[in-house]
Design a protein around this ligand. Structure first.
Ligand code: 1PR
Length: 568
């Protein structure tokens, strides 16, 4: 008896388990069909893809017991895919949903915005919800921001299907599209957003739902809500991401480090040997800027919208043997309730004993540890090179992980370096991608021309591929987001490379995160004013406490750019 969580076996559901533990709620996982009979309330944190969810539920004999559970009138809370499976069908899949809500899930229109809808947005209570005679809003606050990540949604359309709109509890706007962001009727509550990833606002919502007595989950049949129409602008905020590059220092401890143009060692020291007068140059120590878990907790509390942990020496090891990194992810995920991306070494690997570990297995280990997204670097470059050379796709890291966990769980991290050329004489394949240094730009860039060349292994090897080819290629392979680093700007504090960021942003339809070079809060204002990126990432200025995340948010709001306010 008690609270049960449904895990269909292929979604990154650890985040919800962590938030329940944090809130002090005990739960049991549904592991077989007969468990449904024991549940007095059920949460289905369906992170992933509709097709995979339905198939796994069917294969494990859980779909019909789930339907029976919901029809029994016991409390049900579905999150994201856990809400979408209540519908009849989805553009995402030929498989049918439970059909409890007589409506269809459709894809967002990407003609004027990037898809997935990824980030923090508001949820507006429909009028019947607000004035239904009770003040119970399921903990949803109109002033709060919640974390969304999805390409498909139940579009709010009062005229087409008023019957289905009875289920609508809140709506949210993305671009000019309004969709149902939560449903509530009888014993059923569901949110398209992820409360378990929505910081304090989300934890409060989960706690409120779980703390209610069972009888309070049975709601009177709603009347049809007063129709709403889109506002002039959506409220999706620009995201601020704090990134921690993690590696072992010379004593073997995992530390957060930070490079200048990817060199993470202190500048070489020149010493005079005591026994001779010969000068010796020694490589400096790995910079140590703190412990990954405590820094991650600090950034979470101070308002980071997302966190990123990159295992920057992963190319040297098999990540499944890199237990300390998995332990770091596990410990960080227990403390932070905003999205967590893990990168480094997400690729097909072979263990020292010869056992093959596909990229999907590596990613799954990180998802089970509590990651919400994985970030793929070098492997994405090789995959696009193969795509361009042979047209082959379907079995690589990007495709297999996106198929199992949904494309929103797959970030590609690009490490481009400028390849300087003489524009008068250059006649190579990237002629149309050349960028010219601006007269008012940094001094060393003036009068120069370059294209952006992809690298692998943390910038150690240049590859014959441009950033534009890579960005378009990974979008075709099914990546859900692109993180654009810049080796030239990394750690310089000169500001984001706006040409580079614009080049990528204008050529793909998935969300883009600008990274490398932030030296002041004003640089974040610049990147959001001068480009249409959805998010901006920084490392050094946060680690060295030169600029606080709150200051960045304040600067954005003062410039009229929407940024999430963190409830205290
Ligand atoms: O190739 O799939 O194993 O992934 C390796 C990952 O590790 C890639 O995401 C790659 O960017 C990262 N990486 C590898 N070597 C380094 C290094 O620094 N030596 N770090 C490295 C990349 C760049 C950003 C940094 C921003 C912002 N770090 O993550 O945080 O540039 O810095 P700033 O605000 O201080 O300017 P794979």
């Amino acid at each position: 008896m008690g609270l049960y969580l449904l895990d269909y076996g292929a979604g990154n559901v650890q985040s919800l388990a962590n938030s329940l533990t944090k809130l002090g709620h005990k739960f049991t996982w549904i592991s077989q069909p007969s468990d449904f009979a024991k549940a007095t309330s059920l949460v289905f944190p369906g992170v992933g893809a509709f097709e995979t969810a339905i198939q796994h539920l069917t294969d494990r004999g859980l779909l019909e017991p789930l339907r029976e559970y919901i029809n029994s009138g016991r409390p049900y809370f579905g999150i994201c895919i856990g809400m979408q499976v209540l519908f009849e069908s989805s553009d995402e899949s030929p498989s049918k949903g439970l059909g409890i809500i007589p409506y269809h899930i459709s894809r967002f229109d990407d003609s004027n915005k990037s898809v997935p809808h990824m980030g923090w947005n508001t949820a507006d209570l429909l009028s019947t919800a607000t004035f239904s005679g009770t003040q119970d809003t399921e903990g949803i606050q109109e002033s709060s921001y919640y974390y969304f990540v999805h390409s498909y949604c139940a579009k709010y359309d009062h005229e087409k299907n008023p019957k289905a709109m009875e289920w609508a509890y809140t709506t949210t706007q993305y671009g000019d599209e309004l969709f149902i962001s939560s449903v509530r009727k009888n014993n059923v509550f569901g949110t398209q957003f992820h409360p378990e990833k929505s910081g304090i606002a989300g934890l409060k919502l989960i706690d409120e739902w779980l703390s209610k007595p069972e009888s309070a989950h049975t709601h009177a049949p709603p009347s049809i809500p007063t129709p709403v129409t889109p506002r002039p602008e959506h409220r999706l905020t620009k995201r601020i991401v704090a990134c921690m590059d993690v590696r072992a220092n010379d004593d073997g401890d995992l530390v957060v480090t930070k490079g200048d143009q990817y060199d993470v060692r202190e500048k070489s020291a020149t010493s005079l040997s005591s026994s001779s007068s010969i000068k010796a140059t020694t490589a400096g120590a790995v910079r140590n800027l703190g412990k990954p878990v405590s820094l991650a907790s600090k950034y979470y509390s101070s308002g980071a919208d997302e966190l990123c942990l990159l295992n920057i020496t992963s190319f040297r090891h098999s990540p499944l043997h890199d237990q300390p990194m998995l332990a770091v992810v596990r410990a960080a995920a227990e403390e932070i309730f905003v999205p967590l991306t893990i990168g480094g070494g997400i690729k097909d690997t072979v263990d020292p004993d010869g056992t093959k570990r596909p990229a999907l297995e590596v990613a799954s280990a990180y998802f089970r540890a509590g990651a919400d997204k994985v970030s793929i670097g070098s492997e994405a470059v090789y995959a696009v090179e193969k795509l361009l050379a042979t047209g082959e796709k379907g079995n690589g890291a990007i495709e297999t992980i996106a198929h199992a966990y949904g494309k929103q769980a797959v970030v590609v991290s690009i490490d481009p370096r400028r390849a300087y050329v003489n524009p008068e004489t250059y006649n190579g394949p990237y002629k149309n991608e050349l960028v010219y240094g601006k007269p008012d730009g940094p001094e060393k860039e003036r009068g120069q021309a370059w294209w952006y060349q992809c690298t692998v292994s943390g910038g150690r090897e240049n590859r014959p591929l441009s950033v534009l080819q890579l960005a378009k290629g990974v979008e075709e392979l099914g990546a859900g987001e692109i993180l654009v680093n810049s080796i030239d700007r990394d750690g310089t504090g000169l500001g984001f490379d706006l040409d580079l960021v614009n080049l990528v942003r204008k050529n793909v339809k998935i969300p883009v995160v600008a990274s490398s070079g932030a030296g002041s809060a004003g640089h974040f204002v610049d990147v959001f004013r001068e480009t249409d990126v959805e998010a901006a990432l920084a490392a050094g200025i946060f680690h060295r406490e030169e600029v606080r995340i709150e200051e960045v948010k304040e600067a954005l709001r003062s410039a009229g750019i929407n940024a999430r306010v963190v409830p205290q």
